[in-house]
Design a protein around this ligand. Sequence first.
Ligand code: TXA
Ligand code: MG
Length: 348
Amino acid sequence: MNNMDTEIFDLFTQYEEGMDRAAEVIRQGGLVGFPTETVYGLGADAMNEEAVRSIYIAKGRPSNNPLIVHICDMSQLDILVKDVPKRALELMERFWPGPFTAVLDKRPEVNGTVSGGLNTVAVRMPSNRYASELIRRSGRVIAAPSGNLSGKPSPTTAKHMKDDFMGKIPVILDGGRADVGVESTVCDLRGDVPVILRPGGITAEMIRSAAGSVEISGGVLKKLSEGEKALSPGMLYRHYSPKAEVYVAQGADEADTVKRINDAYDGYERQGRPCVIFCLDGNAGLYRGRNTYPLGKDAGQMASNLFDALRKADEDSMSVVLFEAVSLDGMGLAVMNRIIRAAGFKTI
Ligand code: TXA
Ligand code: MG
């Protein structure tokens, strides 16, 4: 799979050409890097098992970690799932198109490679117009994990995808920045109460207000212990990790968090290890004289900038990233879920 020519299409100037070529590659069983509103995806025809297998190979992804299948209209849902509960349908209609992924019982026709051997399938209708048009033009449903090498931070720009897949896949569509910046919310909709398996662009509060109640799976913020069943297999793996070591600072209060970060920073600096602090814009002044990447004014903006910042830390040859914990409401839950994994659960 190495050393093939990768064609890059800038969708602002090469829309028709890029879309036609990418749709053709999908139909022929090839892989396409494409933008969505959450992160870039690495797509293939979901009903072509051989094509789906090549996604796992290209990413170096464990074969028991299932993929999300992307659709562009409700009629495509029937290809993938059977007997959709009424409550589930209401939530899909409420949050689609958008960063919401429904886990439902799969049809037997859906191959076990896409579902990682489970009898369920994860389905999402993206709102990004390029993603939607690629699905429509290819005439297929598209399986797509985030377009990063397994374990690395997810890509939010075409450049990130190039960094990981140049010379390894035939086409990358450049549609600008992925706005949400973290992946979709993966939600098991089979039972009475929706269960969030992975927090993301649609918040727990939004789901609760639409459904009346919501559960958050145990693996979202803590490490699953050995033998504990992972409802979402992706939760098992170290993830989103830059080369730099990442630590999450969670003090008893803000002053304590700041002290922990500053003490750790100064200690690493004395060892000659370059550090950077990831913080809210408004808090940068609390770390005066130290290297900071302010990630935004709230958790939503932090989500949008997080993966780019993790990749930038490596480009800037940082040895340590110190992350100021954010509160868990709204997009904070998704941000903390990602950073805790990037840190391999290490805290200070
Ligand atoms: O926003 C997104 O969801 C992006 C864009 C490209 O759409 N995709 C994405 O895919 O994040 P990926 O493969 O990086 O993450 C999919 C997550 C994994 O944690 C996986 O374990 C979980 O969804 N998942 C997929 N199918 C599942 C299933 N049948 N049951 C439970 N979890 C599932
Ligand atoms: Mg991923």
